[in-house]
Write a protein that binds this ligand. Structure first.
Ligand SMILES: Nc1ncnc2c1ncn2[C@@H]1O[C@H](COP(=O)(O)OP(=O)(O)OP(=O)(O)O)[C@@H](O)[C@H]1O
Ligand SMILES: [Mg+2]
Length: 224
């Protein structure tokens, strides 16, 4: 699937640009081949230095995360990494949460499935690290949650030694906190006592870890 797709072919293919590139963001294409649709996150259109440093690095990291997540319901499949500069990912039919929340309340079933999904990805040893951004969570046409944009994610394995193991734990907590925040806002009755406690204690966690985490996050997010 999309095996022979070349970046240079994209403008001529059955495709359209979902989002134009900016200095630090890739072009997002939607391409159709044999009835299947892929989203292509493409850094090849960014400036030379950026695409060959940050672009390649992010594609490599995001590609790695997608491979670890393979087969997990709620994470689209990755078709291919193209020339180290772009990712071709299965298109999730649906809308992102930013758009969804403009039009409707988020139902409880969605948020409880999102909580399970976040637990599942942590079960695979990955923290997403950018779930507070509503455009990184999609609501599929099936009403279920999907998570995209893994460029800032980190793996438990890479962060297994002190003090990185503590930072990994903080990021896991941040992912969970993003879901709790959505629940507090849209389905407060469904927030469990444990979630409430976690939310209330969020500022009591060790200060030094938070400082390191915040620095790291700002680096990862600037990159992503
Ligand atoms: N697999 C997908 N299926 C459907 N839509 C997608 C998919 N991947 C990306 N998109 C759309 O493209 C947008 C940008 O993708 P993504 O978040 O991966 O890129 P980004 O450069 O990190 O963007 P941002 O800085 O806005 O987070 C998403 O918010 C979503 O609307
Ligand atoms: Mg994003």
């Amino acid at each position: 699937m999309f095996d022979s797709l070349k970046l240079s072919d994209l403008p001529r293919k059955q495709s359209y640009v979902l989002r134009k590139p900016s200095t630090t963001r890739p072009t997002i294409w939607v391409v159709e081949e044999n009835g299947l649709r892929a989203v292509v996150k493409d850094y090849s259109t960014n400036k030379f230095v950026f695409r060959n440093t940050v672009g390649r690095f992010l594609v490599w990291r995001e590609g790695k995360a997608y491979k670890k997540m393979k087969g997990l319901r709620g994470v689209p499949n990755i078709y291919r990494v193209i020339d180290g500069l772009a990712l071709a990912i299965e298109q999730v039919p649906g809308r992102d949460l930013k758009k969804v929340t403009r039009e409707m309340q988020i139902p409880e079933t969605f948020l409880s499935a999102l909580k399970d999904l976040v637990n599942d990805l942590h079960g695979r040893g990955i923290a997403h690290c950018d779930l507070k951004k509503a455009t990184n969570i999609l609501m599929g046409k099936d009403g279920l949650p999907y998570i995209i944009d893994w460029g800032a994610s980190i793996s438990e394995k890479e962060f297994r030694f002190y003090p990185f193991n503590l930072i990994y734990k903080r990021f896991v907590l941040d992912d969970q906190m993003a879901v709790i925040k959505l629940k507090l806002r849209y389905t407060p009755h469904a927030v469990t006592p444990a979630e409430n406690k976690r939310y209330k204690n969020r500022d009591k966690a060790e200060k030094h870890i938070r400082i390191i985490r915040d620095r790291l996050r700002s680096i990862l997010q600037k990159l992503a």
